[in-house]
Write a protein that binds this ligand. Structure first.
Ligand SMILES: Cc1cc2nc3c(=O)[nH]c(=O)nc-3n(C[C@H](O)[C@H](O)[C@H](O)COP(=O)(O)O)c2cc1C
Length: 367
């Protein structure tokens, strides 16, 4: 089967692969929105949108005020109320988006002025951004943004080398809690992750929400450009093909699917170099945005060292388990991320979907 280009307004962003799923091939797609962006604005927003987010919900949109003057907004339609009832993960994800945006703007010679406006995680207008050309802006290699991805399988148990740990964690030691695989807390975190995933898989509300964010068919991939695909969940081969062709939302609610999810988590936690917990000083909107940015700065650095990252947030989403973990590890600051890290032999290119820019930008005052 040959690949099929998917065109909106003339520029292809994805094509279908031989397995019949969308594949990233190009950038800066246009989608018929009346807002005319400059090439630089388009590049900056495209790179910002490559940020990670829970269930790949991409809970952001841009209110366009005028060129290079935007408000980064919280998109309540893309919240995950069953697993993230306080929109904690939503704001962390938007923090990652803002980090990408800043690096992307810097790479084109823009300084970024940010002013936070929101006091709660639910407010729509979060951050006002103004960009202006400036001298001496630190240059950032945006290939890191384009090639970052979440990886879930085939981790090695090889411990992280000291120079890699220095490179990754040294600058922000206060917020990174590294639990290597020879620590007693490592197996404890493995067990609690399996526990939390089991609880969540059998919590119908959470499972239904997950079902709504899985895009089994190519039609749904093209229609939404958000969510999880069989490729991004790394369900490959015959199993992936079968899910793509014969599965739908209702199948996610079956016990066989729930058991399969728990089984894959069991397999995943069998190997990694370490768990990494990221904490914040507090739980304010600013704390969460800063933590999302911190996580993303790290995420953008790991690939060049052959290290993969896999956020596994179920411990924090199942509240009683999260409290127990913080007490057992004697961590007082709020834990915002639980991440598996480890070397991998093969580091595939990113495959998760993204919306075209025009789908997440609006003019102030319009809907
Ligand atoms: C706040 C947050 C929570 C996440 N939680 C999980 C998780 O529990 N399990 C998982 O497999 N991936 C998790 N992820 C990773 C996302 O699923 C991933 O970023 C998204 O699917 C986009 O894929 P990409 O990172 O490869 O671009 C999380 C990401 C963020 C930012």
């Amino acid at each position: 089967m040959t690949g099929r280009a998917f065109l909106i307004g003339g520029i292809a962003l994805y094509s279908t692969s031989s397995e019949g799923s969308m594949k990233r091939i190009e950038k800066k797609e246009r989608g018929g929105n009346s807002i005319i962006l400059t090439e630089d604005e388009r590049q900056i927003l495209f790179l910002a949108s490559l940020a990670p987010s829970g269930h790949n919900a991409q809970p952001w949109f841009i209110n366009y005020v005028k060129p290079y003057h935007w408000i980064i907004c919280n998109d309540s339609k893309n919240w995950l109320p069953a697993v993230d009832p306080l929109q904690r993960e939503t704001i962390l994800s938007i923090g990652a988006f803002i980090q990408n945006l800043e690096y992307a703007a810097n790479s084109l010679g823009y300084a970024v002025e940010c002013s936070a406006t929101a006091l709660t995680n639910q407010e729509e207008n979060l951050i006002t951004i103004m960009l202006h050309k400036a001298r001496g802006v630190p240059v950032y290699n945006t290939e890191r943004i384009e090639r970052r991805r979440t990886l879930r399988s085939n981790y090695l148990s090889t411990p992280l080398q000291s120079d890699d740990k220095l490179f990754l964690f040294n600058k922000e030691k206060d917020f990174f809690h590294f639990v290597p695989n020879d620590s007693i807390y490592y197996s404890y975190l493995n067990e609690q992750t399996i526990n939390a995933n089991t609880t969540q898989a059998y919590r119908d509300e959470a499972q239904r929400e997950l079902a709504n964010w899985i895009r089994f068919s190519l039609n749904d991939e093209e229609k939404y450009r958000t969510g999880l695909t069989t490729d991004s969940m790394e369900i490959e081969g015959v199993a992936g093909w079968f899910l793509k062709h014969f599965y739908g939302k209702e199948d996610v609610m079956k016990n066989s699917f729930r058991e399969r999810t728990i089984e894959s988590v069991r397999k995943q936690v069998l190997a990694s170099a370490a768990w990494l917990l990221i904490t914040s000083r507090g739980n304010s909107v600013t704390d969460l945005i800063e933590t999302g940015k911190r996580m993303e700065r790290l995420f953008l650095k790991v690939r060049e060292r052959g290290i993969a990252m896999h956020p596994m947030t179920q411990i924090l989403e199942e509240e009683s388990i999260g409290k127990g973990v913080a007490a057992e590890l004697k961590i007082e600051d709020p834990i915002q991320f639980v991440i598996r890290v480890g070397y991998v032999k093969k580091y595939p290119e990113p495959v998760s979907l993204r919306r075209p820019i025009d789908w997440f930008i609006r003019r102030v005052g319009s809907n």
